[in-house]
Design a protein around this ligand. Structure first.
Ligand code: NAD
Length: 343
């Protein structure tokens, strides 16, 4: 089996080399992202392995089918970059539903602590032998209310971490987990009553721009926003306005709605054309990391192993528990039997 890897980074290869050898396939690594112009690189391959910013839209799926590719193996959990509905009955799609919810939840807390205790500013100051504390006053997390949007694998780990800090946790989920002991409220109540809001739900048509000019108007003054999920959950222009108007006290962003051409690359010697991102980064109360929440050794090893296992199961055993199935038209709650493929 030959697998074309798109958007490959140096930290991917060592783990995938090990997994490929163990599962008996040949990886072909490309730095470029998958899109309609690069799909031809997959000619002669059995599967493509893609990441969060590869384009697996309808025209790309059509091309992959023409080149005989049978499987799109996502090496991530989120699949908003794949037209799963269009892929149904054309090409199979598998993903890695969980690899380390701790990696992402811990990064969300790291961003929050960095932001509210001004660690990023203190680090720069002491490197310059500036030991002044002026402007570094933060606030206690203990006793504050955190609103968690999405109480799946990552959201729940984040809730546990927050409880460890003595915070009051409220949550909103489209499908609340019965008997979980989580204090669920409506989306509106969460927005109105949280000192800190952290997003852990997938990006869908419904959740697109969940935080927008209107909902930002309902937030507590000085609220801290954390987004480690997907950038387009937040309308970035509205976020910027909310920061300028002081409604939003701080923003911690690991994802950005227009990140696909920017994140994961070194543009330190270039002029960034995205004015909204540049303005956000210039704000003293905004911290941006480049979609790195997943990036721990444990997560990378799990991603490689699960992806390789998905590929092997699919081609050798004709089944795959991690297939994104559109059989019953509801990918989140598909009723298919795991004993066979989606189609
Ligand atoms: P999960 O599927 O375990 O949980 C998602 C939860 O969101 C579920 O409980 C679901 O019911 C809920 N949900 C679905 N639609 C919703 C809506 N419209 N409003 C509110 N809740 C909704 O997923 P997870 O493993 O916890 O991952 C959460 C998200 O984190 C992923 O969708 C992905 O986008 C993101 N992620 C980011 C990184 C990173 O490196 N920054 C890494 C992994 C995952």
């Amino acid at each position: 089996m030959k697998i074309a890897f798109f958007d490959t980074k140096n930290y991917d290869k060592p783990h995938f080399d090990i997994a490929a050898a163990a599962h008996g396939f040949e990886p072909v690594y490309y730095d470029t992202k998958l899109n309609v112009n690069t799909a031809e690189l997959a000619k002669g391959c059995d599967a493509v392995c893609v990441f969060v910013n590869d384009d697996v839209s309808a025209p790309v799926i059509d091309k992959l089918c023409v080149y005989g590719v049978k499987l799109v193996a996502l090496r991530c959990a989120g699949y908003n970059n794949v037209d799963v509905k269009y892929a149904y009955k054309k090409i199979h799609v598998v993903h890695v539903p969980a690899y380390s919810p701790y990696a992402v939840a811990e990064h969300a807390m790291a961003l929050l602590l960095t932001s509210i205790r001004r660690i990023h500013k203190a680090y720069n100051r002491t490197r310059d032998f500036n030991f002044s504390l002026s402007g570094l006053a933060g606030f206690d997390l203990h006793g504050k209310t955190v609103g968690v949007v999405g109480t799946g694998r990552i959201g729940r780990v984040f809730i546990d971490i927050c409880r460890g800090f003595g915070m009051k946790v409220i949550a909103y989920d489209k499908f609340p987990a019965e008997g979980s002991g989580i204090d669920y409220v409506s989306k509106e109540e969460l927005f109105e009553n949280s000192d800190i809001i952290s997003f852990h739900c997938p990006l869908t048509d419904e959740s697109f721009h969940m935080l927008n000019a209107e909902t930002i108007g309902t937030l507590r003054k000085g609220v801290v926003i954390i987004n480690t999920s997907r950038g387009a959950l937040i309308d970035s222009e509205a976020l910027l306005d909310g920061i300028k108007s002081r409604r939003i006290g701080a923003a911690c962003l690991d994802v950005y709605e227009e990140e696909s051409d920017i994140f994961f690359n070194d543009y330190s010697g270039h002029i960034i054309n995205d004015d909204t991102l540049a303005r956000l980064i210039s704000m003293p109360n905004v911290i941006v990391t480049s979609h790195q929440a997943f990036l721990t050794e444990e997560a990378l090893a799990n991603i490689a192993e699960t992806t390789a296992n998905n590929i092997e199961e699919f081609f050798k055993n004709e089944i795959c528990d991690n297939e994104l199935c559109y059989q019953c038209g509801n990918i989140e709650h598909c009723k298919k039997s795991k004993a066979k493929k989606c189609f």
